[in-house]
Design a protein. Structure first.
Length: 62
């Protein structure tokens, strides 16, 4: 059912991706993915903590 990948195919893919013409494209794709992921992470709103309780009482300053 699920085909097993040949270990040589991964090596061939890496060798293909590191040759000069393809390496520029791979670098740009990775750069765009990092930018998009960081942009997405920056747009997420943090969840508010629930059931924190009242703020601690501070000593009066004299």
């Amino acid at each position: 059912m699920a085909e097993e990948t040949n270990p040589g195919s991964l090596r061939r893919l890496v060798r293909w991706a590191t040759t000069p013409p393809q390496a520029y494209g791979v670098y740009l794709v990775i750069l765009v993915l990092v930018y998009l992921l960081s942009f997405y992470a920056g747009t997420l709103k943090p969840q508010k903590a629930t059931d924190i309780g009242p703020p601690p009482v501070t000593a009066p300053r004299n």
